[in-house]
Design a protein around this ligand. Structure first.
Ligand SMILES: *Cc1c(COP(=O)(O)O)cnc(C)c1O
Length: 387
């Protein structure tokens, strides 16, 4: 299916709503039936029915069709957050006593799900260095039911070989799931590479305007129906019709925004790598990246996140750089129109800062939609303020 068709037409039956170009926001909780028979049929199979907006809603349905098609998958479920799109499917796949093999250092709330929530159900997790596929094989136990991936992660960008891990899991009858947020739907077709469930936050690239929190998981119709029929309806983490509409609007410009972000990021990386105050660049599409060849093989492009390790001796120098930036905002998240920085030192107490520890001098940078030269000037003046 062509990308232009997905973003502009798929799922949109305009004759149903006055041929409006922009779809209506069907802001309703419930839907009426004319006969008892129709009502009964809908209750018996809510997955295929329009009954109640905790399950299906026509505005959300347009979004689901587009997001499934972007991944080359059969169906999608949209949630009120990216964490909903990760936690609900994981709960749906696992039962008491199961075991998970997870890549080390996934998203912070994913770690908390594995370490705090799942042990309540006797589910254990083994974290492994996912850069070597053999590590997955070694960690598999008789009760392993899920291999959980995040490639790249969103701070230090380690990759997993998706096709190799998917093949390994299939040969052992184990499910695979990936947090595909870094690449988004356009830069890494994880479902077509054999991963069963592809989750991502829609807060980042899909929304693109820093005004919605949402998430999506895509997969086969059978797996999505299984999640919908139980944990999705039970936990009730659905997205509102209005937020779904904002995401449909975000999708109109997804291709355009991704191109801009990917191109600008490479320009900003090229500036930063030659600066004397920058010791190291961490970016999957940089030739110094340890898994550069794999990145080039399985990713179409590298998105807008990269990290720098500053050549500094004190926390004050890291802070001076970040506090001096005028056009990069200091905030969590990424994928919006605005450029951002997160110094990893926000996660430690000031007295814990150790200049010998590379990660303490790391600053994550997200390049948004501004003119790259405007951003480079800002980085230059902030780097000049160090000392
Ligand atoms: C932001 C993010 C999430 C969580 O998404 P929310 O929409 O904030 O719940 C998950 N994984 C990664 C890699 C993220 O960056």
């Amino acid at each position: 299916m062509e990308l232009s068709y997905i973003l502009n037409e798929l799922g949109e039956d305009r004759e149903q709503y006055f041929n409006a170009v922009s779809p209506p926001i069907i802001q309703t909780s419930n839907f009426t039936f004319k006969t008892v028979e129709e009502f009964r049929d809908a209750l018996a199979n809510e997955y295929d029915a329009i009954l109640y907006s905790r399950g299906n809603n026509p505005t959300v349905d347009i979004l689901r069709k587009k997001l499934a098609a972007l991944d080359g998958a059969e169906d999608a479920l949209v949630f009120g957050s990216g964490m909903g799109a990760i936690t609900v499917p994981v709960l749906a796949l696992l039962k008491q006593g199961d075991h998970v093999v997870s890549v080390a250092k996934p998203y912070s709330w994913t770690i908390k799900m594995f370490d705090r929530m799942l042990p309540k159900f006797g589910i254990t997790t083994t974290y492994i260095d996912g850069t070597q596929t053999a590590n997955f094989e070694q960690a598999i136990q008789p009760n392993t039911r899920l291999i959980y991936l995040e490639s790249p992660n969103s701070f230090t960008y380690e990759l997993q070989d998706l096709e190799a891990v998917a093949a390994l899991a299939k040969s052992k009858g184990i499910y695979t799931m990936i947090d595909n947020s870094y690449c988004g739907p356009l830069n890494q077709p994880a479902y077509t590479m054999g991963i069963d469930l592809v989750a991502q936050t829609a807060t980042k690239f899909i929304g693109g305007h820093s005004d919605v929190v949402a998430g999506v998981v895509t997969g086969s119709r059978a797996m999505i129906k299984k999640i919908f029929d139980a944990e999705f309806l039970n936990i009730g983490g659905n997205i509102s019709p209005f937020n779904a509409w904002l995401l449909i609007r975000g999708l109109r410009t997804l291709e355009l925004r991704m191109k801009r972000v990917c191109e600008s990021t490479k320009k900003v990386v090229a500036y930063m790598e030659q600066h004397p105050k920058v010791e190291k660049i961490i970016f999957p599409f940089h030739p110094s990246f340890p898994q550069y060849d794999l990145a080039k093989k399985q990713m179409k492009d590298a998105g807008g996140l990269f990290s720098v390790v500053l050549k500094v001796k004190t926390l004050k120098e890291v802070e001076t750089f970040c506090n001096s930036l005028q056009h990069f905002f200091m905030a969590v998240s990424w994928g919006g129109h605005e450029s951002l920085v997160v110094p990893s030192a926000v996660g430690i107490k000031p007295e814990e800062f150790n200049p010998e520890t590379e990660s303490h001098r790391l600053v994550r940078i997200y390049v948004g939609l501004e003119d790259p030269d405007y951003l480079i000037k800002d980085l230059e003046q902030a780097l000049d303020k160090i000392e």
